[in-house]
Unconditional design. Structure first.
Lengths: 315, 361, 362
């Protein structure tokens, strides 16, 4: 009340309606709830992992300290998930393109449906299938590879006689994430504005040129987002890897021997039931590491997507 | 869409060179591509049958031959742009077929092994008083539906509202933090989610607690980030023009979201939610530590142990005892039922999105 | 309007829930309202098939519900000592710290610890053209330590003069997960062939580079699917795979239930753990004729005293059934375990009889 000059008339802003306020509040609340839940998980994880982080090297299973315990796991996790994604993403984009732009409509719908269905197959089934169907098939090709392409470190051999190798684990992971990536990418391609596509065709573009000019740029953020979803699943996949992979070794690029590094999630599933005491803390500490990787991967993906944010959509 | 590519009837006048320059490019004869495909396929078949090669290299060889022939032919007659188009068509279709192989193999395996136990007893019995042969999965079916349903009931509203917040409202630090931590959440190993839920419920109910609801909470921890991520992707795809048009008509923001943005993205969101359910419905480890394992019916998610199909399937496979075949049959049968449940859910989700989606075309 | 769309979104789950609620009228083989007491157990997954058999057999003549979560021995012991479950199954007896925790949990009277599930561990092989194989402990240790890598190695041939051994690589298959089976097998190797087996005893397989598979099912599958493979697994799961005759003293013994449970009778009971604890340090290096030393012994844990009298009675009756001749017989029929001897039964029965409740008023 210092000066008596009339307050400047407020700008004629859109009034905040109560409906708006409630809706904004509720949705913000959900976001905050997630933060609270995650804080709970984080507190739980850190308290459980702490004894392992502070324990002396001899107490950790293996007796060589936490870093040396987790390193092969980390390596196995990364190599399996990344190579699985390298196989799955191009195939998923191809399937999505085929369904949205190549296949006749009626067939496309049925195909999309089958793919969605596969996303629902529980991982134990993929484990059983990989172990009993896929692994035996790869035994002969693997020995051929090690014989003729043995100079590539991936195929150094000696080939496994059961086929339960890192190579098969990667294939199984690829098959598992394929439906997830495909489903999301397909939805994105479906949403490609009709006008953009028709404009491209109207100036005489071939079908591929239309896809390259209209569909792919539109779906790029979704492709990356879907890949990250897939990578998340591949990194965290537990049962299928535990069943398929012969995890008995340390760090090795060799994909076709029976001597493979385990993955973090599979190792937790394998060791957890019979563990007690510090061993459990160690396993949870390895879970923390998995956390960190997923986080890093997602941050990179976000950065990539955000660079292209201005393309369309809400901004 | 793409059907508009078919070339119209050739006008003979246009084919006549005009000052030595043709107005239309050359074209492969109608049916050239399919014929090449058939020829390549036959050649591969011959190699397989007569030269006694393995089937995989034969198929690969035939496919490669087709691609090379069509590409060179088309490049010579139609020019590089058309040739590339044909090449991509072949590559995309080939990749599609290649990817379909393992997927079909998985389905065939599950169906052929699972259908063995599709009898009345399997669907109406529980495992109470059953050891060895026989028995059913009624209790596990109910457990799966109850626990997954509860998990969806928790995760879908929270996940969707969060995605709406992120896309429509989120600015500044809070939005950044939520985005960041949702990403973190996708990295929680499933067993950790289970242990977390167990620790939480032990704090409330004391040690040794087992209840279906605890399982649902564990599954929600895994499910929420998937719902948020996929809903977010779909909301972002809704063209801004729609929102702006709505604002221009003085529609409040929340009604714009509810009446314009959500319906436009509904099909995608439904797919995303189905995927999220699919992601958690097959979980074993987190459910074993939270919901436990029991032989009999339990329809009360807040009291006592509850078996789900995936847990049932896993333990039938893992410790089958002496009657291994019977237990394996039950394991595969349960897995097939799980797949069918998801299929039905999928159908319902599609029907819903069809019912409520705006007519755009 | 917001409500209506939200309402639409809720249509699916609500209708689904309603539909299931209507269908949920119980399964055909369960009598509704059979009531009775519920006791819960958790622990070793090795016991699950046997627990299933016991539970089924016991509930034929008794009312109530018994649950067993096969979360693993570690989890079972922890849940037992924190009071989360009434009984637990464990592939190893409690260590000193856990003994204290268990005594604290059970209070006066202490805890009951009985070896209820004895399972021979068979060495299973899949070698083309070989359907019987005899191996000495030292040879077994060398094979699993990857010091012998060919099936026609002279050391193997010496024990198998009449077998035509192929010139193929040996693929040893071990458990990828930490397990009681591994611990018992390694313990055997360490005791029977200390010179050839330099590794420490633990539930984790100590040798890198072999074929590793998850669970007994995984090991059996890997041995079956591979060639030149050898692995160790619960004998009940050996199926039609060739099982190795193991050298004991001067003879070779094929596994059998009698030979397996015979080990318990020549083993020493661990002292100083309370009167109701029957923990055994197994005589792996026994040279006694007719014993099969590679066995997995899994314990049942319970309290002597429960707050709830009904539960105490139920646990007592259940454990009594488990160790009874009939209980051991159904486990042998359904899970392939080796029945414990009458001698051992008469020793552990008093411990089970001690189970009761301070609140029962008697």
């Amino acid at each position: 009340m210092a000066s008596t000059t009339e307050a400047p008339p407020r700008k004629n802003r859109v009034p905040r309606r109560p409906g708006d306020r409630i809706f904004a509040g509720v949705s913000t609340g959900s976001g905050v709830l997630i933060l609270v839940a995650l804080a709970g998980v984080a507190v739980f994880l850190v308290t459980e992992a702490w004894p392992a982080l502070t324990a002396s090297a001899e107490e950790i299973p293996g007796g060589e300290g936490l870093v040396l315990y987790i390193w092969p796991l980390l390596f196995g996790t990364l190599i399996s998930a990344v190579l699985a994604l390298v196989i799955a993403v191009p195939l998923a984009v191809a399937i999505a393109l085929f369904i949205t732009h190549y296949a006749p409509r009626s067939i496309a719908r049925a195909l999309g449906y089958i793919i969605d269905l596969l996303a629902a197959v529980p991982s134990i089934i993929f484990g059983l299938w990989g172990m009993n169907v896929l692994a035996p098939i790869t035994v002969d090709p693997a020995s051929w590879l090690s014989e003729h392409l043995g100079w590539i470190p991936f195929f150094a051999g000696p080939p496994s006689s059961t086929g339960r190798t890192m190579f098969v684990a990667i294939l199984v992971l690829a098959v598992m994430v394929l439906p997830i990536i495909t489903a999301v990418v397909r939805e994105a391609f479906m949403q490609t504005p009709q006008l953009h596509q028709e404009a491209a065709l109207a100036i005489g573009a071939t079908r591929w040129e239309m896809i390259r000019m209209a569909a792919l740029p539109f779906g790029r953020s979704s492709i990356i987002g879907a890949s990250m979803l897939g990578l998340g699943r591949a990194l965290g996949e537990t049962m299928a890897v535990a069943m398929v992979l012969s995890a008995s070794g340390g760090v090795s690029l060799n994909l076709i021997s029976s001597d493979n590094p385990p993955t973090i999630a599979a190792n937790i599933a394998l060791q957890f039931p019979e563990s007690s005491g510090i061993a459990i803390n160690t396993l949870i500490a390895s879970g923390l590491v998995l956390f960190a990787i997923t986080l890093a991967v997602n941050m990179i993906a976000r950065a990539v997507i955000n660079r292209r944010k201005d393309f369309d959509g809400a901004n | 869409m793409s059907t508009s590519l078919t070339t119209p009837e050739q006008d003979p006048d246009l084919n006549a060179p005009l000052g030595g320059v043709s107005l239309t490019a050359g074209q492969l004869p109608r049916g050239a591509a399919p014929a090449t495909l058939v020829a390549a396929g036959l050649a591969g078949l011959l190699l397989w049958l007569l030269a006694d090669w393995a089937i995989v290299p034969c198929a690969l060889l035939a496919a490669a031959a087709y691609v090379v022939i069509v590409y060179t032919w088309s490049r010579a007659v139609e020019g590089p742009r058309k040739a590339t188009d044909r090449f991509v068509t072949a590559a995309v279709s080939g990749a599609f077929l290649l990817a379909l192989l393992p997927l079909v193999s998985v389905i065939v395996t599950v169906v052929s092994r699972g259908v063995v136990r599709f009898d009345a007893e399997f669907f109406s019995y529980s495992m109470v008083g059953v050891s060895g042969e026989g028995g059913g999965i009624y209790h596990a079916m109910m457990g799966t539906l109850i626990i997954t349903g509860l998990a969806a009931l928790i995760s879908v509203p929270i996940g969707m509202l969060t995605a709406i917040y992120l896309v429509e409202y989120g600015r500044g630090k809070l939005a950044k933090a939520i985005t960041f931590f949702v990403d973190v959440m996708t990295g929680i190993p499933s067993i950790v989610a289970g242990l977390f839920a167990y620790a939480l419920f032990v704090m409330i109910f004391g040690p040794g607690v087992r209840m279906g609801f605890a399982g649902a909470v564990a599954l929600s921890v895994l499910m929420i980030p998937t719902v948020v991520r996929s809903t977010e992707e779909m909301l972002k795809l809704v063209p801004n023009e729609l929102r702006e048009a709505s604002y221009a008509l003085a529609v409040p923001k929340w009604r714009t979201i509810v009446k314009v943005v959500l319906p436009t993205a509904l099909a995608g969101i439904a797919t995303g939610v189905t995927l999220a359910i699919a992601r958690v419905i097959g979980e074993t480890a987190p459910l074993l530590v939270t919901a436990g394992l029991t032989d009999g019916d339990n329809f009360d998610p807040f009291e006592g142990r509850m078996t789900t199909l995936s847990v049932f399937s896993y333990y039938e496979y893992q410790s089958p005892g002496l009657f291994a075949e019977a237990a394996y049959d039950r394991a595969w049968g349960a897995a097939l039922v799980l797949m069918i449940i998801v299929m039905v859910l999928n159908l319902v989700a599609r029907a819903i999105s069809k019912l409520f989606a705006p007519k755009t075309r | 309007m917001k409500r209506s769309t939200l309402g639409r979104a809720l249509v699916l789950p609500t209708t689904a829930a309603l539909a299931f609620g209507l269908v949920a009228c119980g399964s055909a083989n369960e009598e509704s309202g059979s009531g009775g007491v519920t006791i819960n157990g958790a622990g070793a997954s090795s016991q699950e098939a046997a627990q299933n058999a016991w539970r089924t057999g016991f509930l034929e003549n008794n009312d109530g519900t018994i649950n067993y979560d096969p979360v693993g021995s570690g989890g079972g012991r922890e849940q037992f000592t924190t009071g989360g479950v009434e009984f637990a199954g464990s592939d190893a007896y409690l260590d000193d710290e856990e003994v204290k925790a268990a005594q604290e949990r059970c209070g006066e009277g202490g805890f009951v610890e009985i070896p209820a599930y004895v399972s021979p561990v068979a060495l299973i092989t899949n070698i083309e053209g070989v359907d019987s194989l005899k191996l000495k402990p030292g040879t077994i240790a060398k094979i699993f330590n990857q010091k012998i890598t060919k099936w026609n190695d002279p050391e193997i041939a010496e024990s198998n003069p009449n077998v035509d051994l192929p010139d193929t690589t040996i693929v040893p298959v071990n458990r990828a997960d930490e397990s009681g089976t591994t611990e018992n097998f390694v313990e055997y190797l360490k005791a029977a062939a200390p010179e050839q087996w330099p590794h420490e005893v633990s539930g984790n397989w100590p040798v890198d580079g072999g074929e590793a598979a998850q669970g007994t099912s995984g090991v059996v599958q890997a041995v079956k699917n591979g060639s030149g493979t050898i692995g160790y697994a619960d004998a009940s799961r050996a199926g039609d795979l060739t099982t190795v005759e193991v050298g004991v003293g001067d003879e070779f013994v094929q596994y059998s239930p009698e030979a397996a449970s015979a080990v318990l009778d020549v083993s020493e009971r661990v002292e100083g753990r309370g009167e109701h604890s029957f923990a055994f340090d197994l005589a792996r290096d026994t040279t006694e004729s007719g014993t099969y030393p590679i066995v997995l012994v899994s314990y049942l844990l319970a309290c002597s005293n429960y707050d709830n009298a009904d539960k105490a009675t139920m646990v007592k009756d259940y454990l009594n059934y488990v160790v009874s001749a009939e209980g051991q017989k159904v486990a042998a029929e359904q899970a392939g375990s080796a029945p414990i001897s009458d001698d051992l039964r008469s020793k552990v029965q008093p411990a089970i009889e001690s189970i009761g409740s301070s609140n029962s008023g008697s």
